[in-house]
Design a protein around this ligand. Structure first.
Ligand code: ARG
Length: 591
C-alpha cells in the first residue's frame, strides 16, 4: 500500500497537470504548521520562475481543481502561494481500514530481497558482559529486526572475541593456581577431563586477576603472551583448556543475551576465521597488494580524497602474528564463501571507526568482496552516567550487565507495587518486561552515533519519552479492549474492525499519526535508524492518550460509534506492539 504522502502528492500533481503545469510541483509534505493545515504543498512557489506567474495565482488554480476531490476536506491557497490541505475523514478512515486488513500494516516489503549479515554483540569470551556491550546488542538486535521487517534475509552473528591475549592470560592464571592439571603436561597423551576446571564465577574472577597481574609483572605477561602463541599454534593442552573456557563462557553469554531478548542466528568466533588467514596472506602477496614494510606485512589503502591520514592496513606484525584487522578480513572471506551476502553491517563502538575504514578499504582493494557488496559501519556513541563520564557502578567500577538489569528490574518492581496491589509473582514478571523496555528504549530513542546519558530515574518513569510510558499506553488500550469484550461477550477474533471517519479533533490527530507508520518504517530501514521508530511511537502514544482523555469510549451509547473507536484502538495497539517488537521488547497484559 502506498504511503499517504505519495497518494496526496499524486492527487496534487494531477491537479497541477490539469492546470497545464508540470506534475512534479505537486510534491506534498506534512505541514509544519499543524494549526493551519495537515499537509502542505509548496509547488506553486517553485513553479513561479518557469511559468512567470504569481505563485498565488497558480495555487488558486490548483486548489480549484482539488476542490471536489473526495480525498480532501479542504484545499486552500494562502499567500504567497502555499497550498494547504486537510484530508477528509472518510478518506482517512478508508486508508486505515486497508492498513488494518494488511498483516504488515501497509508496509510494503522490499522489491529486491537482500541477504544481510549483521555483526553485533561482539562480546569477548571469559570477560563479563558489561554495559559497553549493551549498546551493540540492543541496537544490533533492532537493526536486525528492522531489516527483517523490510523483507530481507538477515543473519545475525555475535562474532565473539575468543582469540586474543585474554585467552593466554586465563590459561596462565589457571596454570599458576593448578599446575598439576594435565593441560600443562607436555607429555600427557590421554584424554583431557570433560569437566571444566572452573565455574563461570571463577572464570570471571580469573580474568581480571590475571589482567592486573600482567600489568605489574613482566614475567607473568610474557608467560601469557607465550600461552597465547601456543594456543594459536595449536598446542593440545592449551586448545583443550580454551575449549572449556568457551563452553563455560558461551553458556553464560547465551543466558545473558536471552534476558535481553537478543537472539543470534550464528555464534561464530574470531577463531573460526583463523583457518582462512594463511591462504589470504599468500593471495595478497601474490597479487602484489601486500608488501613487507619494516618487517610487517601491509596493504596501502590511502585515497587521494583523504582529508586525514589513513594508516596502511597491517596484515601481519613483525613477528608474523595476525591482528584484529587480519581476523576481520578473514571473517569477510568466510562470510562471502558461506552466505554470499549483499551487505554486512557492523554495529560496533564508533571508536573503532578507523579500524573498519581500514578493513573495508583493504577488502575492496584486494577484491575480497564483489564491487556491489555493501560494507556498512554503524558506530555507536558511549553510554555515560549522569556525571557525563562512561557509566560506572556507584563504587566507580565497571558495571556488569546482569547487575544493571537487576537494578532496573528492582526499581520497576517497586513502582508497580506502589501503583496498585499486585500479585508479587506477576509483578516480578511485569517488572522484567517493563525494565527491559526502560533500558532498550532509553538507548534506542537516541541517534545511535551520539553519546547518551543512562539516567535510571528518567528511563524508568511512566511519564515522558520512555519505554514504560509506551508500555503503559499499550496496556491502557488492552484494558479497554478487554472490558469491551467482557461487556459485549464478543470473542477476541470478532473485535470490530471497521474504522469510522473521526468524530472529533483528537481522534483525527490520532488517525493522522497512524497513517505515518509505513513511511516511518521505510525511513528507519533505509537509514538503519531505530530512533525514528521511537519518536513515532512516542507521538502516537501521546495522540492516543489525548484521544482517550477526551472521549468516553466505554460509556458511549451509540454502539456503531463505539465499535468504530474500538477498531481504531485495536489498530493503534497493533501498530504500537509491532513497533516495539521491532525495537526488541514487549508489553505485559497489565501494569
Ligand atoms: N570483540 C570486539 C570488542 O569488544 C567487538 C567485535 C566487533 N566486530 C568485529 N567484527 N570486529 O571490541
Amino acid at each position: 500500500m502506498k504511503k499517504i504522502l505519495d497518494l496526496i502528492s499524486q492527487e496534487a500533481s494531477a491537479a497541477f497537470e490539469a492546470c497545464g503545469y508540470d506534475g512534479s510541483y505537486g510534491k506534498t509534505g506534512i505541514s509544519n504548521r499543524p494549526d493551519l493545515c495537515e499537509y502542505q504543498c509548496n509547488g506553486a512557489m517553485a513553479a513561479k520562475k518557469k511559468y512567470q506567474k504569481a505563485p498565488i495565482e497558480i495555487a488558486n488554480e490548483v486548489v480549484e481543481k482539488l476542490a471536489d476531490n473526495p480525498m480532501f476536506e479542504r484545499a486552500e491557497a494562502v499567500n504567497p502561494g502555499f497550498i494547504n490541505l486537510r484530508l477528509s475523514g472518510s478518506y482517512l478512515a478508508g486508508y486505515l481500514d486497508e492498513m488494518a486488513a494488511d498483516a504488515d500494516l501497509s508496509f510494503p516489503k522490499a522489491e529486491q530481497q537482500k541477504t544481510i549479515i549483521i555483526d553485533y554483540g561482539g562480546a569477548n569470551v571469559a570477560k563479563p558482559l558489561h554495559v559497553g556491550h549493551l549498546r551493540s546488542a540492543i541496537i544490533g538486535e533492532s537493526v536486525k529486526r528492522i531489516c527483517r521487517f523490510a523483507g530481507h534475509k538477515v543473519i545475525g552473528d555475535v562474532h565473539l572475541g575468543d582469540w586474543g591475549l585474554q585467552m593466554g592470560l586465563i590459561i596462565t592464571e589457571v596454570r599458576h593456581r593448578s599446575p598439576q592439571l594435565p593441560y600443562f603436561d607436555p607429555d600427557f597423551e590421554g584424554e583431557y577431563p570433560k569437566e571444566a576446571p572452573f565455574t563461570i564465577s571463577e572464570l570471571e574472577e580469573i580474568y581480571p586477576t590475571a589482567s592486573a597481574k600482567s600489568k605489574e609483572d613482566e614475567a607473568y605477561k610474557n608467560e601469557a603472551l607465550e600461552a597465547t602463541a601456543m594456543l594459536q599454534d595449536g598446542d593440545r593442552g592449551c586448545r583443550a583448556l580454551w575449549q572449556h573456557i568457551l563452553n563455560v563462557s558461551i553458556a553464560d553469554l547465551k543466558k545473558n543475551y536471552s534476558n535481553l531478548n537478543v537472539e543470534f542466528d550464528l555464534w561464530k568466533k574470531e577463531s573460526d576465521a583463523q583457518p582462512y588467514i594463511p591462504d589470504m596472506v599468500d593471495y595478497m602477496k601474490r597479487e602484489g597488494y601486500a608488501y613487507q614494510d619494516q618487517g610487517a606485512l601491509i596493504v596501502d589503502i590511502k585515497e587521494d580524497t583523504d582529508t586525514k591520514e589513513v594508516p596502511p592496513c597491517m596484515i601481519l606484525k613483525t613477528d608474523g602474528a595476525a591482528l584484529y584487522t587480519t581476523t576481520d578480513l578473514a571473517t569477510i572471506i568466510d562470510r562471502v564463501e558461506t552466505y554470499d551476502p549483499d551487505e554486512i553491517i557492523y554495529v560496533v563502538d564508533k571508536r573503532q571507526e578507523m579500524h573498519f575504514t581500514q578493513v573495508f578499504r583493504c577488502a575492496r582493494k584486494t577484491k575480497l568482496v564483489k564491487e556491489d557488496m555493501d560494507l556498512k559501519f554503524l558506530g555507536f556513541g558511549t553510554m555515560n552516567g549522569k556525571d557525563g563520564k562512561p557509566f560506572k557502578t556507584r563504587e566507580g567500577g565497571v558495571m556488569r550487565l546482569e547487575n544493571l538489569i537487576a537494578e532496573i528490574e528492582e526499581e520497576m518492581y517497586k513502582k508497580i507495587m506502589e501503583n496498585h496491589e499486585a500479585d508479587p509473582e506477576e509483578a516480578r514478571r511485569t517488572a522484567k518486561l517493563v525494565g527491559l523496555s526502560a533500558i532498550k528504549y532509553g538507548d534506542l530513542s537516541n541517534q545511535a552515533s551520539k553519546d547518551y546519558v543512562f539516567d535510571v530515574d528518567k528511563f524508568t518513569s511512566f511519564e515522558g519519552n520512555t519505554g514504560p510510558y509506551i508500555l503503559y499506553t499499550i496496556v491502557r488500550i488492552k484494558s479497554i479492549l478487554n472490558k469491551y469484550l467482557e461487556r459485549t461477550g464478543l470473542a477476541r477474533e470478532h473485535l470490530p474492525s471497521s474504522i469510522l471517519p473521526p468524530a472529533n479533533e483528537s481522534e483525527k490527530a490520532l488517525m493522522l499519526e497512524l497513517v505515518k507508520f509505513n513511511s516511518v518504517m521505510e525511513q528507519a530501514a533505509e537509514e538503519l535508524a531505530p530512533h525514528k521508530i521511537c519518536s513515532f511511537i512516542y507521538d502516537l502514544s501521546n495522540a492516543l492518550n489525548r484521544f482517550y482523555h477526551e472521549t468516553k469510549i466505554l460509556a458511549q451509547e451509540d454502539k456503531a460509534q463505539q465499535a468504530g473507536w474500538i477498531a481504531l484502538l485495536e489498530l493503534t495497539r497493533r501498530v504500537l506492539e509491532t513497533s516495539i517488537d521491532i525495537l526488541g521488547f514487549e508489553a505485559p497484559e497489565r501494569m
